[in-house]
Ligand binder design. Sequence first.
Ligand SMILES: Nc1ncnc2c1ncn2[C@@H]1O[C@H](COP(=O)(O)OP(=O)(O)O)[C@@H](O)[C@H]1O
Ligand SMILES: [Mg+2]
Length: 329
Amino acid sequence: MGKVKGLDVGTMNLVGSEQGADGKIKLKLMRHTFLDIEANSFTKSMLKKQKVQYAEMGNKVYILGDSAFELANIMNKTVRRPMQDGVMSPGEADAVPIFGLLIDAVLGKPDEKGQLCYYSVPADPVDANFNIVYHSSVIAGALKNLGYTGKPMNEGHAVVFAELGDKDFTGIGISAGGGMFNICVAYKTIPAISFATSRAGDWIDKNVAQVLGIKVNRATAIKEKGININKPANREEEAVCIYYRNLINYTLVNIKNKFEKAEQMPQFPEPIDIVCAGGSSMIGGFVDVFKEELKKLSFPIPINTVRLADEPLYATARGCLLAGLSEVE
Ligand SMILES: Nc1ncnc2c1ncn2[C@@H]1O[C@H](COP(=O)(O)OP(=O)(O)O)[C@@H](O)[C@H]1O
Ligand SMILES: [Mg+2]
């Protein structure tokens, strides 16, 4: 029986995971973007020479992943994205076929027909009026076309699988992405609470851009250039810090509310860990601000520590694989 694979489907990044023959986990990350250009023999030979990953469909050439960014800059175009706000973009006509090409690039072919692939999905958001049914079935369909059998795995739960093995899979996993935050409170692998919020990295960028009167791209660049949200150096960084703090507080308040409203809650015999993953957790000072905001609340669950995942961008894909392996064995 072929082993399972894992796939993290994010707005910004796609990450494939599998276990090598040596038992080590192999991870492959690709930007979840593409760029379409008119196909002619000149562009195609140029792309081949530059070893750019592309695919042809109809009379267009589609440049995939990181190369799309580089070429978009050179050609003064904007990259396109199959996903928006954490889910498959219904308005993007090419999203589904392109998505198939992209996951082929991060996952490769199945080892055998029907090989299981655990893919990440967000939970239904508490603060936005949509569900993930369409999104999840598009991914399952694309995996089926490639010869896989897809199994959806909640993103926050995947973080618990990736990071809390030494705590009996008990604790809080947070995937802090671009379009959404996904949160899972788990007790011995079982999710007690899991939900998503629609405030995440993009929300920070949009708000920072608005208050500073700058373009969203510029706000993203300020945020990603390596600042510390505990020590803002100027007015622009100050704006990023304000929204980050607000976002972290918002996340914690939502966990608190869910916990207090839930009917059956596990009694945690000992204080539990919070592990944060995803691109938005990588900003300097994230854990410090998280701890400060936690202290300000009367949080209903005793917390032992707050820490970042080992490799924040890869935790969800790793967790999907580990969850799959643990179910198959
Ligand atoms: N070093 C960084 N500092 C702060 N934010 C970052 C950094 N790197 C990436 N990000 C942000 O992380 C978000 C994407 O995270 P990711 O986990 O890849 O999301 P998704 O799951 O939505 O694909 C974006 O909002 C991006 O701006
Ligand atoms: Mg993600």
